[in-house]
Design a protein. Structure first.
Length: 264
Protein backbone atom coordinates (compact mmCIF):
# COMPACT_ATOMS: atom_id res chain seq x y z
CA UNK A 1 0.00 0.00 0.00
CA UNK A 2 1.53 3.30 -1.15
CA UNK A 3 1.81 6.08 1.38
CA UNK A 4 0.67 9.64 0.84
CA UNK A 5 3.58 11.92 0.03
CA UNK A 6 4.63 14.03 2.97
CA UNK A 7 4.65 17.81 2.68
CA UNK A 8 5.71 20.79 4.76
CA UNK A 9 3.14 23.50 5.44
CA UNK A 10 3.78 27.05 4.24
CA UNK A 11 4.44 28.05 7.84
CA UNK A 12 7.02 25.26 8.22
CA UNK A 13 8.72 26.23 4.95
CA UNK A 14 9.07 29.79 6.22
CA UNK A 15 10.90 28.67 9.37
CA UNK A 16 14.30 28.51 7.63
CA UNK A 17 14.95 24.91 8.71
CA UNK A 18 18.23 23.17 7.96
CA UNK A 19 18.43 19.75 6.26
CA UNK A 20 18.44 17.80 9.55
CA UNK A 21 15.50 19.76 10.97
CA UNK A 22 13.51 19.19 7.77
CA UNK A 23 14.18 15.45 7.95
CA UNK A 24 13.20 15.26 11.65
CA UNK A 25 9.97 17.16 10.94
CA UNK A 26 9.09 14.83 8.07
CA UNK A 27 9.83 11.76 10.20
CA UNK A 28 7.45 13.07 12.88
CA UNK A 29 4.79 13.58 10.20
CA UNK A 30 5.32 10.03 8.92
CA UNK A 31 5.06 8.51 12.40
CA UNK A 32 1.92 10.56 13.11
CA UNK A 33 0.32 9.37 9.87
CA UNK A 34 1.18 5.77 10.77
CA UNK A 35 -0.09 6.19 14.33
CA UNK A 36 -3.43 7.56 13.12
CA UNK A 37 -3.92 4.52 10.89
CA UNK A 38 -3.73 2.34 14.01
CA UNK A 39 -6.99 1.91 15.92
CA UNK A 40 -6.54 2.19 19.67
CA UNK A 41 -8.39 -0.28 21.88
CA UNK A 42 -10.56 1.23 24.61
CA UNK A 43 -7.77 0.61 27.15
CA UNK A 44 -5.17 2.20 24.87
CA UNK A 45 -7.43 5.20 24.20
CA UNK A 46 -7.82 5.69 27.96
CA UNK A 47 -4.07 5.47 28.47
CA UNK A 48 -3.40 7.93 25.64
CA UNK A 49 -5.88 10.42 27.10
CA UNK A 50 -4.18 10.08 30.50
CA UNK A 51 -0.78 10.96 29.00
CA UNK A 52 -2.18 13.80 26.90
CA UNK A 53 -4.04 15.31 29.86
CA UNK A 54 -0.84 15.19 31.91
CA UNK A 55 1.07 17.11 29.22
CA UNK A 56 -1.80 19.57 28.80
CA UNK A 57 -1.77 20.21 32.56
CA UNK A 58 2.01 20.73 32.51
CA UNK A 59 1.58 23.30 29.73
CA UNK A 60 -1.08 25.14 31.75
CA UNK A 61 1.18 25.28 34.83
CA UNK A 62 4.15 26.34 32.68
CA UNK A 63 2.12 29.25 31.28
CA UNK A 64 1.00 30.21 34.78
CA UNK A 65 4.56 30.52 36.10
CA UNK A 66 6.40 31.80 32.99
CA UNK A 67 6.46 35.42 34.15
CA UNK A 68 7.75 34.44 37.60
CA UNK A 69 10.96 32.83 36.34
CA UNK A 70 14.10 34.93 36.75
CA UNK A 71 17.74 33.99 37.15
CA UNK A 72 20.07 36.17 39.18
CA UNK A 73 23.50 36.65 37.60
CA UNK A 74 25.06 37.08 41.05
CA UNK A 75 23.78 33.62 42.07
CA UNK A 76 25.36 32.07 38.96
CA UNK A 77 28.69 33.80 39.61
CA UNK A 78 28.69 32.77 43.29
CA UNK A 79 28.01 29.11 42.47
CA UNK A 80 30.78 29.18 39.86
CA UNK A 81 33.23 30.76 42.31
CA UNK A 82 32.35 28.27 45.06
CA UNK A 83 32.85 25.33 42.67
CA UNK A 84 35.65 26.72 40.48
CA UNK A 85 38.14 24.08 41.60
CA UNK A 86 35.79 21.28 40.53
CA UNK A 87 35.15 22.89 37.13
CA UNK A 88 38.89 23.45 36.61
CA UNK A 89 39.63 19.83 37.52
CA UNK A 90 37.26 18.74 34.74
CA UNK A 91 38.67 21.33 32.28
CA UNK A 92 35.25 23.02 32.02
CA UNK A 93 35.63 26.65 30.91
CA UNK A 94 33.58 29.44 32.46
CA UNK A 95 31.20 29.74 29.47
CA UNK A 96 30.28 26.04 29.67
CA UNK A 97 30.16 26.08 33.50
CA UNK A 98 27.81 29.07 33.32
CA UNK A 99 25.44 27.16 31.02
CA UNK A 100 25.46 24.15 33.38
CA UNK A 101 24.78 26.33 36.44
CA UNK A 102 22.09 28.32 34.62
CA UNK A 103 20.32 25.14 33.50
CA UNK A 104 20.43 23.62 37.00
CA UNK A 105 19.16 26.81 38.64
CA UNK A 106 16.39 27.12 36.05
CA UNK A 107 15.29 23.51 36.60
CA UNK A 108 15.27 24.02 40.38
CA UNK A 109 13.32 27.27 40.11
CA UNK A 110 10.78 25.84 37.67
CA UNK A 111 10.21 22.78 39.88
CA UNK A 112 9.69 24.99 42.94
CA UNK A 113 7.32 27.37 41.10
CA UNK A 114 5.33 24.47 39.62
CA UNK A 115 4.90 22.97 43.08
CA UNK A 116 3.82 26.33 44.51
CA UNK A 117 1.29 26.86 41.70
CA UNK A 118 -0.23 23.38 42.10
CA UNK A 119 -0.43 23.86 45.89
CA UNK A 120 -2.13 27.24 45.35
CA UNK A 121 -4.74 25.65 43.09
CA UNK A 122 -5.35 22.89 45.64
CA UNK A 123 -5.81 25.51 48.38
CA UNK A 124 -8.41 27.30 46.22
CA UNK A 125 -10.30 24.17 45.17
CA UNK A 126 -13.64 22.97 46.44
CA UNK A 127 -13.71 20.65 49.43
CA UNK A 128 -14.17 17.43 47.46
CA UNK A 129 -12.76 15.92 44.30
CA UNK A 130 -14.49 12.85 42.86
CA UNK A 131 -12.56 9.97 41.33
CA UNK A 132 -14.56 7.39 39.38
CA UNK A 133 -14.43 3.61 39.54
CA UNK A 134 -13.14 3.62 35.94
CA UNK A 135 -10.27 5.91 36.93
CA UNK A 136 -9.43 3.73 39.95
CA UNK A 137 -9.39 0.63 37.75
CA UNK A 138 -7.15 2.44 35.28
CA UNK A 139 -4.70 3.32 38.07
CA UNK A 140 -4.41 -0.35 39.10
CA UNK A 141 -4.05 0.97 42.65
CA UNK A 142 -0.84 2.87 41.87
CA UNK A 143 -0.86 5.80 44.35
CA UNK A 144 1.21 8.02 42.02
CA UNK A 145 -1.29 7.59 39.18
CA UNK A 146 -4.20 8.24 41.56
CA UNK A 147 -2.47 11.40 42.81
CA UNK A 148 -1.82 12.55 39.23
CA UNK A 149 -5.48 12.00 38.30
CA UNK A 150 -6.70 13.97 41.33
CA UNK A 151 -4.28 16.88 40.81
CA UNK A 152 -5.19 16.79 37.11
CA UNK A 153 -8.88 17.29 38.00
CA UNK A 154 -7.94 20.37 40.05
CA UNK A 155 -5.94 21.83 37.17
CA UNK A 156 -8.61 20.88 34.63
CA UNK A 157 -11.23 22.77 36.66
CA UNK A 158 -9.03 25.90 36.63
CA UNK A 159 -8.42 25.53 32.89
CA UNK A 160 -12.16 25.32 32.25
CA UNK A 161 -12.82 28.37 34.45
CA UNK A 162 -10.30 30.37 32.42
CA UNK A 163 -11.43 28.86 29.08
CA UNK A 164 -7.73 28.09 28.57
CA UNK A 165 -8.14 25.59 25.74
CA UNK A 166 -10.40 27.85 23.69
CA UNK A 167 -7.91 30.73 23.68
CA UNK A 168 -6.44 31.04 20.20
CA UNK A 169 -2.87 31.53 21.45
CA UNK A 170 -3.02 28.15 23.26
CA UNK A 171 -4.86 26.10 20.64
CA UNK A 172 -1.91 25.66 18.26
CA UNK A 173 0.48 24.68 21.08
CA UNK A 174 -2.04 22.17 22.42
CA UNK A 175 -2.34 20.64 18.93
CA UNK A 176 1.46 20.28 18.76
CA UNK A 177 1.51 18.74 22.25
CA UNK A 178 -1.23 16.26 21.29
CA UNK A 179 0.65 15.23 18.13
CA UNK A 180 3.87 14.69 20.10
CA UNK A 181 2.06 12.59 22.71
CA UNK A 182 0.40 10.63 19.88
CA UNK A 183 3.79 9.92 18.28
CA UNK A 184 5.48 8.90 21.53
CA UNK A 185 2.55 6.81 22.73
CA UNK A 186 2.27 4.91 19.45
CA UNK A 187 6.01 4.16 19.34
CA UNK A 188 6.05 3.06 22.98
CA UNK A 189 2.96 0.92 22.40
CA UNK A 190 4.60 -0.91 19.51
CA UNK A 191 7.83 -1.33 21.48
CA UNK A 192 5.94 -2.79 24.47
CA UNK A 193 4.23 -5.29 22.17
CA UNK A 194 7.40 -6.44 20.43
CA UNK A 195 10.13 -6.29 23.06
CA UNK A 196 10.48 -9.22 25.41
CA UNK A 197 13.32 -10.40 27.64
CA UNK A 198 13.63 -14.12 28.30
CA UNK A 199 14.91 -15.83 31.42
CA UNK A 200 17.52 -17.59 29.24
CA UNK A 201 18.94 -14.26 28.04
CA UNK A 202 19.20 -12.91 31.59
CA UNK A 203 20.80 -16.13 32.85
CA UNK A 204 23.37 -16.16 30.06
CA UNK A 205 24.47 -12.57 30.78
CA UNK A 206 24.53 -13.29 34.51
CA UNK A 207 26.74 -16.36 34.05
CA UNK A 208 29.11 -14.40 31.79
CA UNK A 209 29.34 -11.41 34.13
CA UNK A 210 28.88 -12.80 37.65
CA UNK A 211 32.62 -12.76 38.36
CA UNK A 212 32.56 -8.96 37.98
CA UNK A 213 29.46 -8.38 40.10
CA UNK A 214 31.17 -8.39 43.49
CA UNK A 215 28.74 -8.38 46.40
CA UNK A 216 25.60 -7.90 44.30
CA UNK A 217 23.01 -10.56 45.20
CA UNK A 218 21.76 -12.85 42.39
CA UNK A 219 18.22 -11.43 42.66
CA UNK A 220 19.47 -7.85 42.41
CA UNK A 221 21.82 -8.78 39.56
CA UNK A 222 19.02 -10.50 37.64
CA UNK A 223 16.80 -7.41 38.04
CA UNK A 224 19.55 -5.05 36.88
CA UNK A 225 20.35 -7.26 33.89
CA UNK A 226 16.67 -7.56 32.97
CA UNK A 227 16.15 -3.77 33.17
CA UNK A 228 19.29 -3.03 31.17
CA UNK A 229 18.47 -5.64 28.52
CA UNK A 230 14.87 -4.45 28.22
CA UNK A 231 15.99 -0.83 27.89
CA UNK A 232 18.58 -1.65 25.20
CA UNK A 233 16.08 -3.75 23.24
CA UNK A 234 13.45 -1.01 23.53
CA UNK A 235 15.83 1.64 22.16
CA UNK A 236 16.82 -0.64 19.27
CA UNK A 237 13.19 -1.56 18.49
CA UNK A 238 12.10 2.09 18.60
CA UNK A 239 14.91 3.14 16.24
CA UNK A 240 14.13 0.25 13.88
CA UNK A 241 10.45 1.20 13.84
CA UNK A 242 11.24 4.86 13.12
CA UNK A 243 13.62 3.86 10.30
CA UNK A 244 11.01 1.49 8.83
CA UNK A 245 8.35 4.22 8.82
CA UNK A 246 10.80 6.73 7.34
CA UNK A 247 11.58 4.30 4.50
CA UNK A 248 7.88 3.62 3.83
CA UNK A 249 7.24 7.35 3.48
CA UNK A 250 10.47 7.95 1.51
CA UNK A 251 11.50 10.63 4.00
CA UNK A 252 15.05 10.93 2.62
CA UNK A 253 13.75 11.60 -0.90
CA UNK A 254 11.21 14.19 0.24
CA UNK A 255 13.72 15.91 2.54
CA UNK A 256 16.23 16.07 -0.34
CA UNK A 257 13.64 17.75 -2.56
CA UNK A 258 13.02 20.47 0.02
CA UNK A 259 16.75 20.95 0.65
CA UNK A 260 17.47 21.27 -3.09
CA UNK A 261 14.61 23.74 -3.51
CA UNK A 262 16.07 25.88 -0.72
CA UNK A 263 19.51 25.81 -2.34
CA UNK A 264 18.00 26.92 -5.65
Amino acid sequence: MSKNKLALSEEEKARDLNAEEIKELLIDKAILETAKEYKFSDEEEEEFEYFFNNEKNKFFIAKAIENKISLNENDITKIYTDNKADFDAQNIPFSQAREIIQRDLLNQQVAALESEEVNRLIEEMEDTIEITKKELLFSKGNPEIIKTIIVGKVIDKKMNDEQFESQEENQKTLEVIKDKVYIDYYLNLEVRKNVKVTHEEITQIYENEKAKLGNVTPNSAYQQIANGLLNNKAIEERNNLINKIAEEYKVDEVAKEYTENEEN
